[in-house]
Design a protein around this ligand. Structure first.
Ligand code: IPE
Ligand code: IPE
Ligand code: MG
Length: 240
C-alpha cells in the first residue's frame, strides 16, 4: 500500500515519561515538544502531506491550572520559535479547536501563523489545540442550524459532505493513519467524525521518546493493512 496522505497523532505519555524519571510533569511536556519537532521534520522528509497533532484537548482543562499554563506556554514558545522555519520549509500551519477560553495573545499568534503560511503548499501541519471532537461536531451543528434559520440551507440538503464542510477540518482529507503513543487504546475525543475509516496504530512508546523510526514503523504497519471501507476484500471481489 502507498504512503498515508494524512497522519494524525495523539501525543500521549509525557506525564508518565517524567514520572519514571522523578521529574515534574512539565519537563515531560517540554521533551514532548522536542519529539513534536522531530516528528514534523521526519514526516516532511518522508513526504507525508498532512500531519495533525493533538496537543491540548477540551478535557485537559480538568488538569491543575499550573499544568494548563505550562502547556499554553509551550505552544506559545513553539509557534514563536518554529514559525520562521516552517515558513521557510513551505509548511502550511493550521490550528483546529475551540477558540473559547484561549488567551488573547495565543489567538493572535495562531492567527499570525495561519496567515503567514496560508500560501504554503509543501506540507500541512495542523495542531489540534483546545480541541474536542464532540465540541467540534456541536459547533458544526449550530452553524448548519443557523444557516437553516437564515434561509440559506434546507434541512433535507444536509448530508455528510455538507456536514464535513463546516467542521474545523473542512480543508483536510480524512486521516489515513492515526497513531497513539503510550499504549492507551482509546480516542480521547480526537477527530471523532474524521476517523470513521482511519487505520489505528497504538504504540507502547511514551511521546517524549517518539522519533522518526517509530513513525516509519507505524507507516509500515499501516501499509500491511487492507482497507475495505465496508466493501469486500480483494479476494472476495475476485470470486465475484
Ligand atoms: C500528553 O501527555 C500531553 C497532553 C495530554 C497535553 P500526558 O500529559 O497526557 O501524559 P500522561 O498520559 O499523563 O503520561
Ligand atoms: C489525549 O490525551 C489528549 C492529548 C494528547 C492532547 P489525554 O492524556 O488527555 O487522554 P486520556 O485522559 O488519557 O484519555
Ligand atoms: Mg495522557
Amino acid at each position: 500500500m502507498s504512503l498515508p496522505k494524512h497522519i494524525a497523532i495523539i501525543m500521549d505519555g509525557n506525564g508518565r515519561w517524567a514520572r519514571a524519571r522523578g521529574l515534574p510533569r512539565a519537563v515531560g511536556h517540554e521533551r514532548g515538544v522536542e519529539a513534536l519537532r522531530r516528528t514534523v521534520e521526519a514526516a516532511g522528509k518522508m513526504g507525508i502531506e498532512y500531519l495533525t497533532l493533538f496537543s491540548f484537548s477540551t478535557e485537559n482543562w480538568r488538569r491543575p491550572a499550573e499544568e494548563v499554563n505550562a502547556l499554553f506556554g509551550l505552544l506559545r514558545a513553539y509557534v514563536k520559535r518554529d514559525l520562521e522555519r516552517l515558513k521557510a520549509e513551505g509548511v502550511r500551519v493550521r490550528i483546529i479547536g475551540s477558540r473559547e477560553n484561549v488567551p488573547a495573545d495565543i489567538l493572535e499568534l495562531i492567527g499570525k501563523a495561519e496567515r503567514e503560511t496560508e500560501a504554503n503548499r509543501r506540507g500541512n501541519l495542523t495542531i489540534a489545540f483546545n480541541y474536542g471532537g464532540r465540541e467540534e461536531i456541536v459547533r458544526a451543528a449550530r452553524a448548519l442550524a443557523q444557516n437553516v434559520i437564515d434561509g440559506a440551507l434546507l434541512p433535507e440538503d444536509i448530508d455528510a459532505e455538507q456536514f464535513a464542510s463546516v467542521l474545523d477540518t473542512s480543508m483536510l482529507p480524512d486521516p489515513d493513519l492515526l497513531i497513539r503513543t503510550s499504549g492507551e487504546a482509546r480516542i480521547s475525543n480526537f477527530l471523532l467524525w474524521q476517523i470513521a475509516y482511519t487505520e489505528l496504530v497504538i504504540l507502547d512508546v511514551l511521546w517524549p521518546d517518539f522519533d522518526g523510526d517509530h513513525l516509519a514503523g507505524a507507516i509500515t504497519a499501516y501499509q500491511q493493512r487492507e482497507r475495505r471501507f465496508g466493501a469486500l476484500a480483494e479476494e472476495g471481489r475476485a470470486d465475484g
